[in-house]
Design a protein around this ligand. Structure first.
Ligand SMILES: Nc1ncnc2c1ncn2[C@@H]1O[C@H](COP(=O)(O)OP(=O)(O)OP(=O)(O)O)[C@@H](O)[C@H]1O
Ligand SMILES: [Mg+2]
Length: 343
């Protein structure tokens, strides 16, 4: 497609005036599945507090199944990936799930800062020494999840030598049998590591805000992921909305363009309101779901967590997933592909 056509498409995307945009039905509830492949789920009922949610929820399965891996990604930086990843970890742990959050933003890892924890070691140490073990670098995150602190400034994971990739994957894959959920906090943009995470994770949350630049970049990410990994489970999560309808409108526009130009469906994970409690919690270095559990942003996160639990319970009945190879095995293979191949 000509560059001019692409530019026009992006302008149409952010204006929302592509022909037929208004004809689409409103997207469904949080984590509404793409219409072609999954039954619809009932809307999530937000629980009042994370703490209460843990007692209200059914006992989690303790099966030997592999963890469900959720990659949190975005096109534009600063849209709220780390906030979402950390608070989703808190919510899922509050629902009684075994959760690990891996900070895979190799350029600007900062999940430990948002969690208010001091981590003596991180992924850099795991990479630096063959004797270093995952359990030595994992720290207890607030709310009961395990945090694997990220490396800073070691460059792209996809550029690591094969031996280091093997070492990293061998250690990280331990999480798969020990957890119900593994959440990956990825870097912004479309570097090859992000495409690897998004292309191999079980669920990808593409975080955007209603800002035109964030939406345009979110579409760029969606396009790059789907071109390389057409079967990816992509969901748009709209952060910092002023009204709930805004989130639905953003998803509608992105989903419409993906449908028209990529012939793929992109689900809706819901929206999170702009809420002053988020910034205040960041300054206090406490996840906002613990700092202000009754806030609108926290309720939205609880809704997302509950929807993810429902979806994965439904998926556990699907024997197809159980027979698939684990996420980290798929990731390792991807990362070791020659750079010339279409990652
Ligand atoms: N729902 C929200 N309401 C208000 N402020 C928010 C909300 N979500 C995120 N923020 C603010 O946006 C800032 C950036 O958030 P965060 O660090 O999570 O973004 P990010 O996408 O991880 O950034 P990066 O691309 O640099 O990794 C935070 O300081 C936080 O205060
Ligand atoms: Mg971040």
């Amino acid at each position: 497609m000509a560059v001019a056509d692409q530019a026009q498409r992006l302008r149409d995307l952010v204006r929302g005036d592509l022909p037929g945009a208004e004809e689409r039905p409103a997207p469904g509830p949080v984590l509404a599945p793409p219409p072609d492949d999954r039954p619809s789920a009932a809307p999530a009922q937000p629980s009042a507090r994370v703490a209460r949610a843990s007692t209200d929820s059914p006992a989690p399965e303790r099966s030997p199944r592999r963890a469900h891996v959720i990659a949190v990604a975005s096109g534009k930086g600063g849209v709220g990936k780390t906030s979402v990843a950390v608070n989703l970890a808190v919510v899922l742990a509050g629902l009684g799930r075994r959760v690990a959050l891996v900070d895979v933003d190799m350029g600007l890892a900062n999940a430990d800062v948002l969690c208010g924890v001091k981590a003596p070691f991180n992924l850099t140490h795991l990479l630096a020494s063959p004797r270093r073990k995952l359990r030595e670098i994992a720290v207890n995150g607030p709310g009961g999840f395990k945090l694997i602190p990220g490396a800073n400034g070691i460059g792209e994971m996809a550029d690591l030598p094969a031996a280091l990739v093997d070492r990293l994957i061998a250690q990280l894959s331990l999480l798969e049998s020990q957890c119900d959920f593994v959440i990956l906090d990825a870097a912004a943009g479309i570097n090859s590591a992000v495409l690897a995470f998004a292309g191999t994770a079980d669920t990808v949350l593409v975080v955007t805000t209603p800002e035109p630049t964030a939406m345009t970049d979110a579409y760029g990410l969606v396009k790059s992921v789907l071109r390389r990994s057409p079967l990816s489970n992509l969901y748009i999560l709209v952060n910092q909305v002023e009204r709930e309808i805004q989130g639905k409108e953003v998803h509608q526009r992105l989903a419409l363009v993906a449908r028209r130009f990529l012939q793929r469906e992109v689900g809706f994970a819901g929206s999170i309101p702009f809420d002053r409690c988020v910034g205040a919690a960041v300054r206090r270095r406490v996840p906002f779901c613990l700092d202000a559990p009754g806030s609108r942003a926290s309720l939205a996160m609880q809704q997302l967590g509950a929807a993810l639990v429902r979806r994965t319970q439904a998926a556990s009945a699907d024997s197809g997933r159980a027979s698939r190879r684990g996420f980290f095995a798929r990731l390792g293979e991807w990362l070791k592909r020659p750079a010339s191949s279409d990652r």
